[in-house]
Design a protein around this ligand. Structure first.
Ligand SMILES: Nc1ncnc2c1ncn2[C@@H]1O[C@H](COP(=O)(O)OP(=O)(O)OP(=O)(O)O)[C@@H](O)[C@H]1O
Ligand SMILES: [Mg+2]
Length: 782
């Protein structure tokens, strides 16, 4: 252990070996907070603390896994195995399974993901005959979610006139009724949504003192990473569990609090000292991750926030390269800049794809970047898009499996009762739902007892329902002996799912088949993995729980070399040698939706701070002057965040007048040597000079030079051949031009039309040359 402790600096060592009592480590990005937590756990174990008594809560399961691996290296694999580590959701889902019956839930309860919740809420809105424009299911879901995270139960809601008033004012007077129906339906379906995993844990710990005591005694040491992003519900759980021993260690950075929009409460970190007696406060100041330039630039940004704790962050690392700021004409252009830079960097500096991350504010931004990466054959992976498990065909298979272990699962049943089609129509399903609601039974129960119910359907349909029940029950029998893989294989074959996809025959159908195959492979892995650990058999229930709670980062086995693309939110806690933060434009980042109040804007700024501090060696900030958003090309201005960085740390590249003639970067207008399709120049809007230039740190463009790109100088563009039209309009005999290879020269003749316009130019150093303007990339200098 000594050997490992010497890998910490003094400030890090202190909290690592502070064994007991409440403590908080507040420190800036990259200062070793996560490292201290990891080493601290190893240290506790080396001091004789039983790993069973340590609970560590992380932001992703991947982070937990990595910490565990590191600890295993220090203390040995078998010991590390017994640690309780994971996200709040995954840890407390396990506890809830153990204690489920106290809350009236089956231990094999289903976990409803966001899509399940959305579908259920949408169907409740429909059943209640409400206006779906007023009651948008996503908005309703997020409202319900925020109630749950504030521990406002249905009963508490109806006892609170202010909440009712607020929803009524928002033209949703029935919100409480939807909330009530939703909660009842989840309960009846034996399902908990994500928020329930925290809410029900709180309920468990407050209603059953013996349960609280059990887990207080179990988790003698509790550690929480990224504490700044805990919500109220999570806060209360930590509070309750640590109340007895008060061995609680939380680490966080108020400057990286970025989940307020999902209910995270920065006060949890700010008030920690008031919550416990004799809290030891530690601060780490030295950043080990990034260069001086990056650390200082990040400091200069976060300084602009009013709400913050005073903190120092410095680094002994190299000065490093300045942060590159790049302006592009369009988002496509931006994508190509990113791809070509990665390509060059890889060549010049022997870097791997995995040394690069591209971070953006919203998932939609990935498309133009992806296109450019694909064209350069740069392998990449998108984290946090539509995850594998969200795909339709995968959800279909999983729905069968869910129904096998929990026939009450309404959302799973609705998905597959008529898929593949077996002649059970929507009218029948609607009747079953109404009847199930009336009898307060599950749909499955109603189907099984259809003759005893008031459901009026013909005998043909009855038989079909009976066949479906028999099918599911036969799977249930198989589930008692088969493992997940064997079961799923059997289900996909015998349910008709595979046949249905084969029938399709389209390339999409083939891709779906491949996905199912991939799912089965994953199951095989899971079964083998579980056998190795030898504590479980790889049960279906465990598999489904893993799937339900998998964050997208979790799927990354780190086995392939690819560039990482993800939102900044997802990048929290991670680090990469080179980081691109793209789309730094007003209304995009900061987001248009977050500029209403100072606190929202400050959260955006913290997000930017998180983004920048992911970089170890080199950061790139990029923005485009126009971008496709909601299917339209819109003009954009550089983000205020770029201007907020102290300019001494910036290297502002590609002033616009140079870019226009750079073959690599101006491909949007001209197309390029690699055959990339040019964009219709009609759609490109040129900005007046003053907007196109950063206010700070770059010189004003020479208006003469800039003229060539402003709209008033463009003749109406030929629709069929926009490329050359640009040149037609501006080049005239007598112009002085500059060529990349030949230097400057005078235009002495112009001939040809359309794509074939040629110019004869007398170059100072090359003599007279005839050049095809389409390819020549000339800059007009006089
Ligand atoms: N004393 C040290 N010596 C060498 N490297 C260190 C030291 N402390 C931390 N590091 C390295 O610095 C990097 C940042 O550490 P870590 O991820 O723990 O910081 P953090 O404070 O958790 O960052 P964030 O706020 O982004 O979550 C890691 O690569 C880590 O291994
Ligand atoms: Mg960290």
């Amino acid at each position: 252990m000594e050997k490992y402790l010497s890998q910490l600096n003094e400030a890090q060592l202190e909290p690592t070996i502070q064994k007991d009592g409440p403590m908080i480590i507040i420190a800036g990005a990259g200062s070793g907070k996560t490292r201290v937590l990891t080493y601290r756990i190893a240290y506790l174990m080396s001091q004789g603390v039983d790993p069973f008594n340590i609970l560590s809560l992380t932001f992703t399961n991947k982070a937990a896994r990595e910490m565990k691996e590191r600890i295993a290296q220090i203390v040995g694999t078998s010991e590390a195995k017994n640690l309780w580590m994971g996200t709040f959701h995954s840890v407390f889902a396990k506890i809830l399974r153990i204690e489920a019956d106290r809350l009236g839930y089956p231990s094999n309860f289903t976990i409803y993901d966001t899509q399940d919740s959305d579908r259920l809420i949408a169907s409740i809105i429909k059943e209640m005959n409400l206006d779906k424009d007023l009651y948008k299911y996503k908005a309703v879901r997020s409202r319900i979610s925020s109630y749950k995270n504030s521990l406002i139960t249905v009963r508490a809601y109806f006892q609170n006139p202010e909440l009712i008033e607020a929803d009524t004012m928002a033209r949703r007077p029935r919100l409480g009724d939807i909330y009530k129906a939703y909660v009842e339906r989840c309960f009846k379906a034996g399902a908990m949504d994500f928020d329930d995993l925290l809410l029900k844990t709180n309920e468990l710990l407050t209603r059953f003192p013996e349960v609280l005591m059990k887990y207080q005694n179990r988790f003698k040491y509790i550690l929480v990473d990224e504490y700044q992003d805990t919500n109220h519900s999570q806060y209360l759980i930590v509070r309750a569990l640590s109340d007895k021993f008060q061995n609680i260690c939380v680490v966080g950075d108020d400057a990286q609090s970025i989940y307020a929009f999902r209910g995270a409460n920065i006060n949890n970190i700010l008030n920690f000292q008031k919550d416990y007696d004799d809290v030891k406060v530690f601060r780490l100041e030295q950043n080990y991750r990034s260069t001086k330039n990056i650390v200082n630039a990040a400091n200069s940004i976060i300084e602009k926030n009013e709400t913050k704790l005073d903190k120092v962050v410095w680094t002994a690392n190299d000065e490093g390269a300045k942060i590159k700021v790049n302006r592009s004409l369009t988002d496509g252009d931006e994508g190509r800049y990113v791809a070509s830079t990665i390509w060059e960097q890889k060549m010049n500096n022997q870097l791997l794809n995995s040394d690069f991350a591209i971070l953006y504010r919203t998932n939609a931004q990935s498309r133009s970047i992806e296109d450019a990466l694909r064209k350069r054959d740069i392998p990449y992976r998108i984290y946090g898009g539509v995850s594998f498990y969200q795909r339709k065909e995968i959800r279909d298979v999983l729905s069968y499996l869910r129904l096998i272990i929990n026939p009450a699962d309404e959302e799973a049943l609705k998905r597959i009762i008529n898929f593949p089609p077996r002649g059970i129509g929507q009218t029948t399903i609607d009747k079953l739902i109404v009847s199930a609601n009336g009898y307060n039974r599950t749909i499955f129960e109603v189907m099984k007892n259809i003759d005893k119910t008031n459901v009026k359907i013909n005998s043909g349909t009855k038989n079909k329902l009976q066949d479906f029940i028999t099918l599911i029950e036969s799977y249930q029998v198989l589930n008692q002996t088969a493992d997940v893989f064997e079961l799923a294989e059997h289900v996909t074959r015998t349910s008709g799912l595979i046949k249905e996809l084969n029938k399709d025959g389209t390339p999409e159908g083939v891709a779906r088949m491949e996905n199912i195959e991939e799912l089965l492979n994953g199951m095989k892995d899971f079964v083998e993995g579980q056998k190795e650990i030898a504590d479980t058999t790889g049960s279906l229930a465990e598999f489904l729980e893993d799937v339900a709670l998998a964050t997208d980062l979790d799927a990354d086995k780190g086995d392939s070399d690819h560039v990482a693309l993800m939102t900044i939110h997802l990048a929290k806690g991670l680090e990469f040698p080179c980081v691109f933060v793209v789309g730094l434009e007003e209304d995009l980042f900061p987001s248009a939706m977050s500029m209403g109040t100072r606190s929202e804007l400050e959260e955006e700024r913290r997000l930017f701070y998180v983004a920048l501090t992911r970089a170890e060696k080199q950061a790139y900030l990029t923005y485009a002057l126009s971008r496709y958003r909601w299917g339209k090309l819109v003009d954009s201005e550089p983000s205020r965040f770029i201007e907020e960085i102290d300019e001494q740390y910036l290297d502002i590249v590609t002033p616009i007048e140079e870019r226009r003639f750079n073959p690599m970067l101006s491909a949007d207008i001209f197309g390029d040597a690699e055959g990339h399709t040019p964009v219709n120049p009609n759609k490109i809007r040129y900005k007046p000079a003053k907007q196109a230039v950063l206010k700070k740190g770059s010189s004003k463009p020479d208006p003469e030079k800039f003229q060539v790109t402003t709209p008033k100088n463009l003749k109406p563009v030929e629709k069929t051949n926009g490329n050359t039209a640009l040149f037609d309009s501006k080049l005239a005999v007598g112009n002085i031009v500059k060529h990349m290879r030949f230097g400057s020269g005078e235009v002495i003749k112009i001939e040809g039309t359309g794509a074939d316009v040629k110019a004869e130019i007398n170059f100072q150093h090359g003599g007279v040359k005839k050049l095809l303007l389409r390819f020549a990339k000339l800059e007009v200098v006089g």
